[in-house]
Design a protein around this ligand. Structure first.
Ligand SMILES: Cc1cc2nc3c(=O)[nH]c(=O)nc-3n(C[C@H](O)[C@H](O)[C@H](O)COP(=O)(O)O)c2cc1C
Length: 203
């Protein structure tokens, strides 16, 4: 399916087939594709928790204001942003340096740039975590849709309660939940979007 068709098909889905599951390989494929999203400085400052068991689905549902699509989705990804990603930038860049896909001189300037801007700016670190996790979430959704799954993005959850329930370290900010599963009823038709002229300035 081409991108235009995927974008037209994707609508937030709620009525998953609770009898369907996804295997580990599929979950890994989805996250591998999601990680093709770009991130500032190539930080790759995201982390994914794939919630698949009834026990963990129940726990997640409770901290997501009882949104029951979590219970029937085959998997819900807790897509997190790493607010301390700058500390791990050298390790994140090394494989690209080794493979010759990132020149050392550029990597050095990335590391200098981030060390000048991130350590003393928690707001920027949080913003960057949200940007990266959001881009990855969108790629995750489109990849899942391209494989025939339905998906749903969710920010309706209690951040602190989720962090506690899943024992997340402080630096991991849960940014988005993405439900993925098999459809029972057809997807809703796509909702209308506002006129492009209301949302675009061309300078
Ligand atoms: C950041 C974000 C958070 C959302 N949170 C929720 C949510 O907590 N619960 C829910 O039912 N839908 C949630 N949605 C789904 C939106 O309501 C839905 O994407 C929007 O109405 C547009 O419809 P469409 O996705 O079908 O095009 C969320 C969507 C986004 C992008």
């Amino acid at each position: 399916m081409n991108l235009a068709a995927l974008l037209n098909q994707r609508t937030a889905y709620y009525d998953y087939d609770a009898n369907e599951s996804v295997d580990r390989q599929t979950i890994e494929q989805l996250v591998t594709e999601a990680m093709k999203a770009p991130s500032a400085y190539h930080l790759q400052n995201w982390y994914f928790i794939a919630v698949t068991t009834p026990e963990h689905k129940n726990k997640l549902c409770q901290v997501a204001y009882e949104q029951r699509q979590i219970l029937s989705a085959a998997v819900t990804f807790i897509v997190c942003g790493d607010m301390d990603g700058y500390k791990r930038l050298p390790a994140a860049l090394q494989p690209s340096i080794d493979m010759g896909t990132l020149p050392q001189i550029l990597a050095t300037s990335f590391i200098e740039g981030i060390n000048n801007s991130h350590p003393n700016n928690p707001q920027l670190r949080r913003d960057e975590a949200i940007r990266s996790a959001s881009l990855a979430s969108m790629v995750l959704m489109l990849t899942a849709e391209s494989k025939g799954f339905a998906t749903g993005p969710m920010s309706g959850f209690d951040i602190t309660a989720l962090q506690e329930a899943f024992d997340l370290p402080e630096y991991l900010l849960p940014v988005m939940l993405v439900t993925v599963g098999t459809t029972t009823v057809p997807r809703f038709p796509s909702k209308q979007r506002l006129p492009v002229v209301d949302k675009l300035t061309i300078l």
